[in-house]
Design a binder for this molecule. Structure first.
Ligand code: ADP
Ligand code: ZN
Length: 421
């Protein structure tokens, strides 16, 4: 059989159609979907092909947090092999279940990227994504094992150890967020570290620009590959092939639409809109017409590599106010809750300032406070520790008497994003 990545487009559409109908049939018996269909006056018997998908309602993140923990599971619980989680909007995470087959399929998707990037059984892959609840860490690990490469599961942080491992184990493939890769690259150059055998990096989980990609490539003399992953669907929904121009969607697993964010109408040309994904080949936790909040556009020209799966442009940004700091998702409202939960700060103004230091995101939380608090170092330290524990990233907390003279910081605009990518 011809490799599915190069399959004829017509055949691919047929696979998509059959898989979608199977998925939809199963989902119509899940109470969450049953209720959604009833609320929207849709008779499931009238959904006869993928052409009817536009009549189905969108699913948004709050649907999934409301259903937490098991509300959208579409298979017996005994068949669930594992769960992965988002970092948690307003305290409630999204939990996504995988059967054994789902986990295997997710790894296979990531393998497509690894293979086109040149990863083989002889490769040594350093996985600098965080292990644990997030999809990325284990997702990459399982894919590298499936290819038969050697994995160094170092996880995030500790630059010196990262560089030592890169050197000692002659790592040829680094998987990390783009900002962390850039940060390590500069450390390697600045400290004149030699004997780095790196050939490629595979970066995702946060927005990065074409310029940043070129800078990483030039600094380390390697190839940089982009991968689009999202907890709701897996660590690799879309990936750079060897041409590294746009992301091929794994279309035998996902049906994608790009919609106008205001009208919800489909966009078929190369205009920018919100990416909507339907999983058509999942057993445990398929989602239909899920609004990702990510902005992108189709790339309609065929790719030189010959793959038939459609391409989208790198993710341009987000529709909502979700911040991605060091690859971790945080909403300003979560930070607001955090600040105002402290008695002395319960109605104080604050701002979140994001900057880039040594190619890595830095989050500074500036909070207006009275003189006593401004000089209270213990409280600063306590809040910094609590922040780290709660959100998984470090914040510098600065108490200031006045946020900024003359500047009006309305409640709704309390983020200053000064990062350079
Ligand atoms: P992950 O663990 O893969 O970061 P999350 O669900 O925590 O998954 O975050 C997913 C979000 O991260 C996406 O909705 C998107 O905004 C962002 N993201 C993931 N990959 C990329 C990428 N390659 N480029 C830009 N943004 C990305
Ligand atoms: Zn291609």
């Amino acid at each position: 059989m011809k490799d599915v990545e190069y399959i004829d487009s017509k055949e691919l559409r047929k696979i998509q159609n059959d898989r979608f109908l199977n998925t939809f049939k199963r989902l119509s018996n899940v109470p969450f979907y049953k209720e959604k269909l009833t609320q929207n006056g849709i008779d499931s018997n009238t959904i006869l092909s993928l052409n009817d998908i536009g009549r189905l309602p969108f699913i948004v993140k709050t649907d999934l947090t409301t259903c937490y923990p098991h509300g959208t599971i579409a298979c017996p619980m005994s068949q669930i092999e594992k769960f992965h989680f988002t970092s948690g909007t307003k305290g409630i995470p999204v939990a996504i279940g995988y059967t054994h087959k789902d986990a295997d399929a997710a790894a296979e998707c990531f393998c497509r990227l690894m293979k086109s990037a040149g990863v083989t059984t002889n490769s040594v892959v350093q996985n600098s994504y965080g292990y644990g609840l997030f999809t990325g860490g284990l997702g990459v690990h399982e894919a590298a094992c499936k290819i038969g490469a050697t994995v160094i599961p170092v996880s995030v942080g500790n630059d010196d150890r990262q560089i030592k491992l890169l050197k000692d184990f002659e790592v040829d493939t680094l998987c990390a967020t783009p900002s962390y890769t850039m940060h390590l690259a500069h450390k390697i150059i600045n400290e004149k570290i030699r004997n780095i055998a790196l050939k490629r990096c595979i970066c995702g989980a946060e927005p990065w620009s074409e310029n940043m990609k070129r800078a990483i490539e030039a600094t380390l003399n390697i190839e940089a590959y982009d991968v689009y992953g999202i907890t709701e669907f897996g660590a690799c929904v879309g990936y750079n092939c060897q041409e590294r121009e746009g992301l091929h969607i794994c279309e035998d697993h996902f049906f994608i639409e790009i919609i106008d964010t205001i009208t919800g109408e489909n966009i078929y040309d190369e205009s920018v809109g919100e990416l909507v994904i339907t999983s058509i080949n999942k057993e445990a936790n398929p989602l239909i017409r899920y609004r990702t909040g990510d902005l992108t556009h189709f790339i309609l020209s065929p790719c030189k590599c010959g793959r038939t799966h459609r391409r989208i442009a790198r993710i341009i940004g987000r529709v909502d106010d979700m911040l991605i700091v060091k690859g971790i998702n945080i909403y300003p409202s979560q930070i607001e809750n955090f600040v105002h939960a402290t008695e002395e700060l319960k109605s104080n103004d604050f701002e979140i300032v994001l900057t880039t230091v040594d190619y890595i995101d830095k989050l500074t939380l500036r909070i207006e406070a009275n003189e006593q608090v401004v000089n209270n170092r213990l409280m600063k330290q306590r809040l910094e520790n609590e922040f780290k524990q709660r959100f998984g990233i470090k914040a510098d907390i600065d108490f200031v008497e006045k946020l900024c003279e003359g500047e009006i910081l309305g409640k709704k605009k309390y983020v200053r994003d000064l990062r350079k990518i």
